[in-house]
Design a protein around this ligand. Structure first.
Ligand SMILES: [Zn+2]
Length: 97
């Protein structure tokens, strides 16, 4: 499987580390209950089909990416840089036309 890193180009899966589900929002520390944190930290869906995931390009640019991948076919529909470096990336690397 090739992951299209916006910074490095298409690279082999072996260069990346899976970082988890990118669809879960971090609870508000000021109002979240123990159940909210338990759900955020431990409970995961196992979706069949299109899913958004975090991947770390540890053997490349070392950036975190948000990758949209089909969990059945492994087809990747897109990848974008996330975190504080996303705003500094060229528009092309952020997926902005
Ligand atoms: Zn990269």
């Amino acid at each position: 499987m090739l992951i299209p890193c916006p910074h490095c180009g298409a690279r082999d899966l072996a260069e990346f580390t899976y970082g988890g589900d990118a669809t879960k929002d971090r609870p508000d520390p000021g109002s979240a209950t123990a159940e909210d944190w338990c759900d955020y930290v431990f409970h995961r869906d196992n979706p069949r089909g299109r899913h958004v995931e975090y991947w770390h390009h540890g053997q490349g640019c070392r950036l975190w990416l948000k990758v949209t991948r089909d969990t059945v076919s492994h087809r990747i529909d897109g990848a974008e840089i996330v975190g504080p470096w996303a705003a500094a990336a060229p528009k092309q690397a952020r997926g902005v036309a």
